[in-house]
Design a protein around this ligand. Structure first.
Ligand SMILES: *[C@@H]1O[C@H](CO)[C@@H](O)[C@H](O)[C@H]1NC(C)=O
Ligand SMILES: *[C@@H]1O[C@H](CO)[C@@H](O)[C@H](O)[C@H]1NC(C)=O
Ligand SMILES: *[C@@H]1O[C@H](CO)[C@@H](O)[C@H](O)[C@H]1NC(C)=O
Ligand SMILES: *[C@@H]1O[C@H](CO)[C@@H](O)[C@H](O)[C@H]1NC(C)=O
Ligand SMILES: *[C@@H]1O[C@H](CO)[C@@H](O)[C@H](O)[C@H]1NC(C)=O
Ligand SMILES: *[C@@H]1O[C@H](CO)[C@@H](O)[C@H](O)[C@H]1NC(C)=O
Ligand SMILES: *[C@@H]1O[C@H](CO)[C@@H](O)[C@H](O)[C@H]1NC(C)=O
Length: 516
């Protein structure tokens, strides 16, 4: 009995001991985990992380040896890493890194440029962060790295570039910020970056660029600003960019190009302004662009070009004016660059405009014959014009009936005037008008300019000399066909107030003269 009791006590003691031990082990484990979380997990070698809980894992290409790797590709799996987390200090274990990239695998996992890691990497040449949620690039984010050549931060969510975001980076050559949400480019975001050659800001939401924003990047060769929200440019926007070769402003909202906007860009060779809302261009907008070879103005709303527009860009050999609303492109317009459009590498693209068939387009025939450029020939062959633009002018629709009647002997288009007095609906009028025109002189119908014999293009006496589009109200003495309606309407209003047979007769007479 005594023996049995002794044995039982022994068993109990053993059980409680084992229990105690396991509790102690657990506690030690817990405290170990706690300290690891607190430290953020300093890693002995960033290229050789065995801790499965680490928020960052890197794969190093050539070697994993401490202090010897040159290229690291890192994945960020967990969010909420503080800016001064010890994981960033761990990058000190590989100071020879030249190329470093971060792929962010979890939404919101990296919201800043890890400056605390970069500062140890004095040999770093390229940094690439993709799919992060970086909202702003802070001052000196790249730790003044003297060897950094390329910084790519595309597809993050950057809205703001702080002052000195890219600063004191003497070897920085390429910066790619494509597909972010940058709203504006301030004055000193790019500062002391004397070797910066290419800056990509495409696909952002930039609406404002401070004057001189790029002046410290004076060696820039290429500036990509396509797909933004830019609507205003002035003569100081591009201050200092005397070396720039290519400026891409496609797909913005620029509507008014004022004089000397590009005056400082005297090495610019390529200027892309397609797909904007351009309606107004100052005659001196391109002044200073003596090296410009290629200019694209396609997909805008240009109705006419100032006659001296190309005087300042006499080297231009590639010009895209497709899909605008040009009524005319005169010999005067094109003369300064006409010879450049003859070699085989040149380009003049003009389809999809609202040209009026008249003698101001005659030069297209000669250029088609003389140019060696197949592109230009093909484009010229596709250029259409209207013999007589369809009557949709609101001014015309407002003409009171009796004055239309009074004007019936105006030779301008007797048939059209008849229709106007007989029918009501504008659409119907235009339709019938077009149908009639079809049977007569194909007026109002699009025709290929080059299929009309040049000598048959109507050429009002006065427009033979000055081939510019006449100004509507200021100079109504030389109306071309579509302006005539507006003009006649004004005249009719005047005549209504003080009807005068003489003036009407004079008018009709002048129109007859004008068209014969
Ligand atoms: C590091 O690289 C150098 C040459 O690149 C080599 O001589 C050295 O042995 C390497 N060190 C280690 C620890 O691998
Ligand atoms: C970078 O240089 C500037 C100016 O010399 C200095 O004020 C700043 O502290 C430096 N930043 C870093 C991260 O080294
Ligand atoms: C730029 O980089 C080259 C080679 O990487 C280096 O020799 C030079 O010192 C760097 N320039 C500056 C100003 O640090
Ligand atoms: C772009 O910026 C404008 C303000 O300038 C803002 O109203 C708009 O929502 C932004 N667009 C996007 C897609 O963020
Ligand atoms: C275009 O900009 C110039 C200069 O800011 C201004 O004088 C002109 O009125 C503007 N034109 C239009 C049509 O907005
Ligand atoms: C262009 O060439 C065609 C055929 O060679 C010729 O008939 C036509 O007169 C020429 N037109 C002009 C404007 O030189
Ligand atoms: C003109 O329109 C009015 C109503 O809009 C209609 O009553 C009339 O019959 C129309 N006249 C002609 C000639 O179509």
């Amino acid at each position: 009995m005594e023996q049995f009791l002794q044995r039982m006590m022994y068993v109990c003691i053993v059980i409680s001991l084992v229990n105690q031990m396991s509790i102690a082990v657990q506690a030690r484990d817990n405290s170990k985990r706690r300290t690891k979380e607190k430290s953020g997990g300093f890693q002995k070698n960033i290229c050789d992380i065995t801790d499965r809980d680490s928020k960052v894992h890197c794969y190093c290409e050539n070697t994993r040896e401490p202090r010897n790797a040159t290229k690291a590709e890192c994945w960020v799996f967990n969010g909420g890493i503080p800016r001064d987390d010890l994981i960033w200090q761990s990058f000190a274990t590989q100071p020879a890194l030249q190329s470093l990239s971060f792929n962010v695998r979890v939404d919101g996992a990296l919201g800043y440029v890890p400056t605390k890691a970069l500062q140890y990497l004095q040999r770093l040449k390229s940094i690439n962060i993709k799919y992060g949620n970086i909202v702003d690039i802070s001052t000196y984010a790249f730790a003044n790295l003297t060897n950094l050549k390329e910084a790519s931060l595309s597809q993050n969510q950057i809205e703001t570039l702080q002052q000195y975001a890219f600063a004191h980076l003497p070897n920085l050559t390429v910066v790619n910020l494509e597909e972010n949400m940058i709203l504006e480019i301030g004055r000193d975001s790019f500062y002391d970056v004397p070797k910066l050659q290419k800056l990509v800001l495409s696909k952002n939401n930039i609406s404002s660029i401070s004057n001189g924003a790029f002046q410290h990047a004076f060696n820039l060769l290429e500036l990509e600003l396509n797909k933004n929200n830019i609507f205003h440019l002035n003569r100081h926007t591009f201050d200092g960019l005397a070396n720039l070769r290519r400026l891409d402003l496609r797909k913005n909202r620029v509507y008014n190009l004022t004089e000397f906007t590009f005056a400082e860009l005297w090495n610019l060779q390529e200027l892309l302004l397609g797909k904007n809302d351009l309606k107004y261009i100052s005659e001196r907008a391109f002044d200073g662009l003596s090296q410009l070879r290629k200019l694209s103005l396609d997909d805008n709303k240009l109705g006419s070009l100032p006659s001296g527009l190309f005087e300042g860009v006499r080297g231009l050999s590639s010009l895209d004016l497709r899909s605008n609303e040009l009524h005319a492109l005169t010999f005067d317009n094109i003369k300064p660059i006409l010879d450049n459009l003859k070699p085989s590498g040149s380009n003049l693209l003009l389809e999809e405009n609202n040209f009026v068939c008249d003698c101001r387009l005659k030069w297209m025939h000669s250029l088609r014959n003389e140019t060696k450029s197949q592109n230009t020939k093909d484009s010229l062959e596709g250029v259409t014009c209207k013999m007589d633009p369809p009557i949709v002018s609101s001014a015309y629709n407002k003409i009171p009936e009796e004055t239309s009647n009074a004007n019936q002997d105006n030779h301008y288009n007797e048939n059209a005037v008849d229709i106007f007095t007989k029918t009501n609906s504008t659409d119907k009028k235009v339709d019938e008008y077009n149908a009639l025109s079809d049977t007569s002189a194909k007026k109002g119908v699009k025709r290929n300019v080059l299929k009309i014999a040049p000598e048959t293009l109507p050429c009002p006496v006065d427009t033979k000399k000055t081939t510019e589009l006449p100004h509507y109200i200021i100079d109504p003495v030389i109306p071309i066909q579509n302006e005539m309606k507006t003009f006649r309407y004004q005249e009719m209003n005047a005549a209504n107030k003080r009807p005068s047979i003489t003036s009407l007769v004079l008018w009709s007479f002048s129109f007859v003269f004008f068209f014969t």
